[in-house]
Design a protein around this ligand. Structure first.
Ligand code: SF4
Length: 407
């Protein structure tokens, strides 16, 4: 029976679905994601586990279906499916297709759904891209990171600069014209000149989107245990700021506008998945370590493959952590998500929605941020400047009402 047909008049209980593919050829020394060394023999069992999870969650959400049917007068459809990892491109096209079909079966999809797929350069080739386009993938996100051999080596990446260039060219020649490239700054031994070359080369390919990430050093990773790297990092903070501020200016000059701290796109080419999640829409994540947010409850899955699969076999949720967000936490989260976006936050609406939470202290901080060029008003919206974006996390904490920051 074609379940897509059966569900065609139903609502999708969420706007976005995330599918986590944890397999990687090897673990990069800076990576803190839920990742497992790829072995082809793991794929089948993992995919069957994910299908089981998708089915169970869909049934669980189905119990709430009448609530959704009553809540929305129009039809509410799934608008985004995001394959992240790990390395989704470690899967065969048939495996990706099976997962996509299952999601489509259980979640009625919008005709213009965005289906994003993360790829590592070494996996990109014309046949694979053609296969992805045929099964409905509409957007590629390429984990390029750098066009400099030294930087790729420092990051422990498996691809070479030549492979990255070939991957970019294959994507440009493919049927998928919405594509992102990830670039990284703050890499050990990366000079400003090297970083500028990375940005210029990426721009020369005219991508529709660039994600620009500062290297973060996580305690439990090999980078986090490497004293030389920690020293390099602490001694080069000023340089990282310079790189970031230069890149914002350069990318905007080239026609890519910044819509979030780390994300730049051509007009109307923002990652739809990002926009949905940052606007507070509900989403479901499947697979190890995946996060979900439904009915003001946030949860994340077990990170261990074995434990994840054991839970599914025993018919229990593979959940590691779950929290019901109270009004104050929702206020904190919406402040944080809005401040990270260039469109900023409507403070008045935010105060009305959550109650008057700010005290004199927060207004003083706000005035100081404006006076020092870190924030500005655009009509009713409070926005961070490029300099403010550098400190977005810290500013969010400072602007948290005291009643929230003590939680
Ligand atoms: S390829 Fe990506 S997900 Fe995999 S280990 Fe490297 S950084 Fe992490």
């Amino acid at each position: 029976m074609n379940l897509a047909h059966k569900n065609c008049k139903k609502n999708s209980p969420v706007a976005a679905v995330y599918l986590h593919i944890p397999f990687c050829q090897h673990k990069c020394p800076f990576c803190s994601f839920a990742v497992i060394r790829d072995r082809e023999r793991f794929h089948e069992k993992y995919i069957l586990g994910m299908i089981d999870e998708i089915k169970k969650r869909a049934e669980w959400m189905g119990a709430k279906q009448s609530f959704y049917d009553k809540k929305y007068t129009g039809q509410k459809l799934l608008k985004s499916i995001y394959f992240g990892g790990g390395t989704p491109s470690s899967l065969r096209i048939t495996e990706v297709d099976i997962l996509l079909s299952q999601v489509r079966n259980f979640f009625p999809c919008s005709d213009d759904i965005e289906i994003s797929f993360e790829m590592n350069p070494e996996d990109v080739n014309p046949e694979y891209l053609c296969g992805l386009a045929e099964i409905g993938v509409t957007r590629i996100s390429l984990g390029g990171q750098s066009f400099q051999s030294l930087s790729l080596k420092k990051l422990g990446r498996l691809h070479s600069v030549l492979e990255l260039r070939k991957a970019v060219k294959d994507i440009i020649c493919s049927a998928i014209n919405n594509w992102n490239i990830d670039l990284m700054f703050g890499i050990p031994e990366q000079s400003i000149t090297m970083f500028k070359k990375d940005v210029e080369e990426a721009l020369s390919y005219n991508p529709s989107h660039i994600s620009l990430y500062g290297l973060e050093i996580h305690e439990k990773t090999p980078f986090g245990k490497n004293k030389q790297i920690i020293k390099w990092d602490s001694e080069h903070q000023q340089q990282y700021e310079e790189m970031y501020l230069w890149a914002i200016e350069r990318l905007e000059k080239s026609g890519l506008f910044q819509y979030e701290v780390s994300n730049f796109s051509q007009k109307n080419m923002e990652s739809f998945n990002n926009l949905l999640v940052w606007s507070g829409n509900e989403y479901l994540g499947f697979g190890v370590g995946a996060h979900s947010y439904v009915s003001q409850t946030r949860w994340s899955n077990k990170r261990s493959l074995k434990i994840y699969q054991k839970h599914l076999e025993e018919n229990t949720w593979p959940v590691e952590f779950e929290e019901q967000l109270q009004q104050k936490e929702l206020a904190a989260e919406s402040l944080m998500l809005a401040l990270r976006q260039t469109k900023g936050i409507n403070v008045e609406q935010w105060q009305t929605r959550f109650g008057s939470l700010w005290e004199n202290q927060q207004f003083d901080i706000l005035n100081e941020l404006c006076d020092t060029g870190r924030a500005f008003w655009k009509g009713q919206q409070l926005c961070l400047t490029s300099k403010g974006m550098l400190l977005a996390d810290r500013i969010t904490v400072e602007l948290m009402p005291p009643s929230i920051s003590k939680l």
